[in-house]
Write a protein that binds this ligand. Structure first.
Ligand SMILES: [Zn+2]
Ligand SMILES: [Zn+2]
Ligand SMILES: [Zn+2]
Length: 259
């Protein structure tokens, strides 16, 4: 299995518009963080997680021409506003492209992007994403694109997001905490991906110290932090994290055991 970090930045992206801070002006390419998304590949099939505003740029940069299905974590703008870029995927897909998420997330997508989900065909000479939405239930494993996908319901401030355990990988972003019931399903991980926002607490997201503490409890073989802000340059953050925990960066590819 291969994990590709397409984007690793918080909702503003890094650099932020108008900011001249050390990270936003850094020459280190790892300090360019587009909004958060990832791709899992196994057996020649691919699962995309979220469709952020830079999706086109991310898929072009990663050399990805096709995906087999899409998982949505939640319906915040930074995770969904690239959904129209799925046109380029669905037009080459043999059937309608299946997109998965919590029922509430899919309902919000249908409300925000009615033209995609209203059941009408694209006007002659135009295109739109040809998608079929399929709701997932938390804690129930479903095979999607040949991979075992288990959604975990996790708190994100007052709302709930889906993290996903997919075999030896867990991808948990925009979570404020990892409750015991979810943690019980995260044993024996090879790779944990978890959001880490600031050094200080935030109402919706794990802080960096909270993410490190959660990673230690979960004890995956390797942990990568994502959804990072401009407050932490990559090299500085990497230097202060404990062994086995590293900041992710856009374009990072991780080979996950076996296949
Ligand atoms: Zn987010
Ligand atoms: Zn900045
Ligand atoms: Zn969010």
């Amino acid at each position: 299995m291969k994990l590709v970090f397409l984007g690793t930045g918080t909702s503003y992206g890094v650099p932020q518009i108008g900011c001249r801070c050390v990270t936003c002006t850094s020459p280190d390419p790892r300090d360019k963080r587009s909004r958060t998304a990832a791709l899992l590949e196994a057996g020649g099939r691919r699962l995309l997680i979220d469709t952020p505003p830079e999706l086109r740029l991310q898929l072009v940069a990663a050399g990805v021409a096709a995906v087999d299905a899409v998982l949505f974590t939640h319906a915040h703008a930074d995770h969904i506003h690239g959904i129209d870029d799925l046109r380029a995927i669905s037009v080459r897909h043999p059937a309608r492209l299946e997109v998965y998420g919590a029922a509430g997330t899919l309902a919000e997508l249908a409300r925000r992007f009615g033209y995609i989900f209203d059941g009408t065909p694209a006007s002659p000479g135009t295109s739109k994403p040809e998608l079929t939405a399929r709701a997932l239930a938390p804690d129930c494993e479903t095979e999607i694109a040949g991979m075992p996908v288990r959604p975990l319901a996790l708190p994100h401030g007052d709302s709930t997001v889906f993290g996903y355990r997919i075999g030896p990988v867990a991808y948990l972003t925009d979570v404020k905490a990892i409750p015991d019931a979810a943690r019980a399903q995260l044993g024996g991980l090879e790779v944990l991906v978890v959001n880490a926002l600031l050094s200080r607490p935030h109402p919706l997201h794990l802080s960096i110290p909270e993410a490190v503490a959660a990673a230690r409890q979960i004890a995956a073989r390797r942990t990568f932090l994502t959804h990072l802000t401009h407050e932490t340059p990559h090299a500085e953050l990497a230097a202060r994290l404990p062994d086995g925990i590293a900041p992710a960066y856009d374009g990072l590819v991780i080979d996950v055991g076996g296949a």
